[in-house]
Ligand binder design. Sequence first.
Ligand SMILES: O=P(O)(O)O[C@@H]1[C@@H](OP(=O)(O)O)[C@H](OP(=O)(O)O)[C@H](O)[C@H](OP(=O)(O)O)[C@H]1OP(=O)(O)O
Ligand SMILES: Nc1ncnc2c1ncn2[C@@H]1O[C@H](COP(=O)(O)OP(=O)(O)OP(=O)(O)O)[C@@H](O)[C@H]1O
Length: 417
Amino acid sequence: MDGKPPSIPLSASTTSPSDWKYISEGGATIVFSYQGSTDTRFDGTVLRLRKSAGNTQHFTPSSGPTTPGADDEEPDDPMIEFQQKIIARLIPEEYLVCMHVIHLERLWLEAFAQLHESERPSERRLADSIDLTRCKGVLATDLVGSEGCVVEIKSKGDPAAVDYCPLDLFSGTSERVTKATHGLWDSWMQSGGAVNNLRIFSDGKMLKPSDDDDVAKWARTTFGCSGTSELGLRDKFTAALLPILLDTPVFQRLGTLQRTLDTLDREGISKLRERAQMLHLGVSTDSVSPPPFDADPPEPVLKEWSSFIDTYVSSHDTRNHGTPEPSDLRYYLLAYLLSATFKDCSLMIRLSPESTQPVVKVIDLDTKSVRKIRNWEKLDQQILDAYRKVDVDARKRCVDGWSRLAADASQDGDVLR
Ligand SMILES: O=P(O)(O)O[C@@H]1[C@@H](OP(=O)(O)O)[C@H](OP(=O)(O)O)[C@H](O)[C@H](OP(=O)(O)O)[C@H]1OP(=O)(O)O
Ligand SMILES: Nc1ncnc2c1ncn2[C@@H]1O[C@H](COP(=O)(O)OP(=O)(O)OP(=O)(O)O)[C@@H](O)[C@H]1O
């Protein structure tokens, strides 16, 4: 599959639901790999379907095909345009995945959902299911495929991964990246592969630490070793990932984006929102022209994202982030949302034989909703309250390596970005 969309959008109905194999899912989408042989246009692709809350497993089949015209009215999945027009301005295209629209017919989708429901993890099945009302899905390049090893790292920390800090992963220093990789591996082992920030795919199948035979086969084919102890395997895994994590420029890029877009952090955004509200209510008069304040800010549209990126690229570094103006609230809100996207993304790393260049792709670069800001504020408060109860010496510290390196570099007159 290349970057150009097919001249006529493909329809999933030219394939059989059984041609697709369940790979994995996140909170918003569920992903299947094409394994059929009847329609070669789907070779090497995955189908990404949106989910909806609640389980419609016992749905009543619809009485006919999708209403004519409904397909045209449904907008394409916004993740496609957002990646092509916004994300691609910040992350080089070679690290992004090609995505196109694919048409879905109701009866086909129902048969598909029914066939694959039992392959999903039980806790996910309780929470949601394939959204049967959608007329469009997304067809993307298959990064897992059916052979070789692919490591998926979700950069965000998982509460279960106690020894893993995302800032270590993006630190650019061998010692800290090793620590992050060990933390990911240990939590993968301890959780029986249930932790969501490390997934290992071997020959197209998600590996579980308890599958001794599969792990042994994976170790043999990926690292050429057999009968290796658990710690020995962790070392092999780390040694394979380390040069990729240190030398592939996209890791530094992601670290920089996460850090710079989050310059005001959640607390800073909350304070700025408070100041803007006070001005709006006339309680405070510390600004000549009070900006409009919206307690429920609207979702940014693509045009607004685009002008945000213009401003970010041209002037983010020279802004005075120490004393932000209430009139800049919207800018910082968008910056914060985008930092959340980059913190929640995943990295797919194909471990290839030493001679070939490793393939690294960044996935899950969806927009975050402004509605989340309130939830995050509440969550932050809870974390802060819990943290205050922890003994000072026992508190875990996460240090941002690139910002330290950036500070050192700027002292030398060097520029990191
Ligand atoms: O809010 P968090 O920190 O729990 O993160 C959510 C993730 O949960 P996690 O803690 O990583 O298991 C959650 O991941 P899973 O559903 O666990 O795969 C999503 O990534 C969610 O993003 P979105 O709402 O689907 O865009 C993530 O939401 P946000 O990044 O939008 O907050
Ligand atoms: N192009 C792809 N090729 C192979 N596997 C993929 C691809 N895209 C996604 N996956 C798999 O499907 C999973 C779910 O995809 P993704 O993370 O984009 O979903 P999401 O619902 O948006 O996630 P989240 O809830 O974490 O925001 C991924 O974690 C990965 O294992």
